[in-house]
Write a protein that binds this ligand. Structure first.
Ligand code: AMP
Length: 366
């Protein structure tokens, strides 16, 4: 079986690694000369819009999936004319545009922050009036890790927000004073069977995921059931196949959907060691029409991203229970270079101790 993956980043690398023991091989397409996935998969170098590269990429593939949601929709649609593509181009189209995404949440009665379309300075005024302050102005497309966003705290900041972002279609959202952020990783197979991982708690630094705790602290079956009900609506509405990650704000015990990613997700990296079946293996199983694996967590886990620099390997390995993943990327400020997973003891005090040891083993700037 040969699976084509659009994008050759660390997500592609971990998908390819998950396939190896099952006899599933992957081929990635990426514009970079030596992307992380090249360590584990055959790699075609080329732009996503380059017909010659796409021709080489698709030879002999059983199906196509993607690990980067900004891959051009036209490319995915063109590939779908000749090959199965999962998740579907329609699902990708929704996830690429924050307005479509939030509209879908609303249609499915999934709570989401209030929002308004902004195509003009006039729309921005109207939106601010309707939603109140503070509010967040965001680009509808191509935003990630907090990029393409402007928090408007008073009316005087509206001009600056418009000057910074006003050249592209925008969405204005209510700013939520959330208690924390959580994500739900869901997977649905070709027959429509769905499975869910336990909710994950996510802590960001400068808009970038830094630490995930799984299951989320204070996890309850009720909260899990609420999240799964929302996840199931999305999966079914999109006739979704593969892993879908949905990010929520939690406020006063309620979940508000912020966005979804039609792919394996950073907040699911802990599943490699921490769940019966990893998100990467389950994504491959789903898209290939194979039975899904169990999604139960094997205890509690922390996942820490290594951002910008990596500490010496020996320092990371000094914690005997730590599992280290380095993606083989060149260091650059705030770049995700790897991650570390660590099983957490049940006792809250020991847990804090273990977590602070992990955090201090990773240098202050990583
Ligand atoms: P996003 O790209 O939408 O995931 O946003 C990046 C980060 O900005 C989120 O993880 C939140 O911490 C913050 N953020 C985004 N939208 C909102 C909002 N409507 N209210 C409060 N914080 C937000």
């Amino acid at each position: 079986m040969l699976v084509g993956i659009l994008g050759g980043g660390q997500l592609g690398q971990m998908l390819a690694l998950a396939g190896l023991p099952l006899g599933i091989r992957c081929r990635t397409l990426d514009p970079a000369s030596n992307p992380p996935a090249a360590l584990a998969a055959e790699t075609v170098r080329g732009d996503f819009g380059d017909p010659e590269a796409l021709h080489r990429f698709r030879q002999g593939l059983d199906l196509v999936t993607y690990e980067w949601e900004s891959v051009p929709l036209a490319t995915v649609e063109a590939l779908a004319a000749n090959l199965p593509v999962y998740p579907s181009p329609a699902a990708l189209g929704v996830a690429q545009d924050r307005l479509y995404e939030k509209t879908l949440f609303q249609q499915l009665a999934i709570p989401t922050p209030g929002f308004a379309t902004v195509d003009s300075r006039e729309d921005l005024n109207k939106g601010l009036k309707a939603l109140g302050l503070p509010a967040v102005l965001k680009t509808r497309r191509l935003g990630y890790d907090g990029k393409g966003q402007f928090v408007i705290r008073d009316h005087a900041e509206a001009d600056a927000a418009w000057a910074t972002l006003g050249s592209v279609p925008l969405i204005l959202e209510q700013f939520i004073q959330f208690d924390r952020e959580v994500s739900l990783l869901a997977v649905r197979d070709r027959q429509g069977t769905a499975a869910f991982y336990p909710l994950v708690e996510n802590r960001h630094r400068d808009g970038i995921l830094r630490l995930s705790l799984a299951p989320a602290s204070g996890w309850t079956p009720q909260r899990q059931a609420a999240a799964e009900a929302y996840g199931r609506r999305l999966l079914d509405a999109l006739q979704y196949v593969g892993v879908l990650a949905t990010e929520f704000f939690e406020k006063d015990g309620q979940l508000l959907a912020n966005e979804m990613a039609p792919r394996v997700h950073n907040s699911g990296h802990w599943t490699i060691e921490g769940a019966v079946t990893s998100q990467f293996e389950n994504h491959l199983r789903a898209v290939l029409g194979l039975p899904l694996g169990a999604t139960a967590a094997l205890g509690s886990w922390a996942m820490l991203n290594l951002l910008g620099t990596t500490p010496p390997l020996a320092a990371l390995l000094a914690e005997p229970t730590a599992r280290v993943h380095l993606y083989g990327k060149a260091p650059a400020p705030a770049r995700k270079l790897g991650h570390v997973t660590l099983p957490l003891p049940e006792d809250p005090a020991e847990r804090e101790q273990r977590l602070s040891r992990l955090l201090s083993s990773v240098s202050a700037d990583s």
